[in-house]
Design a protein around this ligand. Sequence first.
Ligand code: SF4
Ligand code: SF4
Length: 64
Amino acid sequence: MSLIITTDCISCGICEHSCPNHAIFPGEDIYVINTDLCNECSGFFTHPQCLQVCPVACITQINA
Ligand code: SF4
Ligand code: SF4
């Protein structure tokens, strides 16, 4: 399971620093999550940190 960032992203960059797996990076237009690196913060936190910090709630879970 992984998370994705939707086009509502305002590229504030807050989530990038919250990710323990360094899975988030600036993309061409919006920030992007590397789904190979994202493990939903398993082993680090009980809840996905990027979901907690995003000010516009534009990160969502996918079943992949
Ligand atoms: S859920 Fe956790 S591991 Fe996945 S991108 Fe967000 S902060 Fe990183
Ligand atoms: S915290 Fe939300 S709005 Fe900010 S860069 Fe990350 S996904 Fe985009």
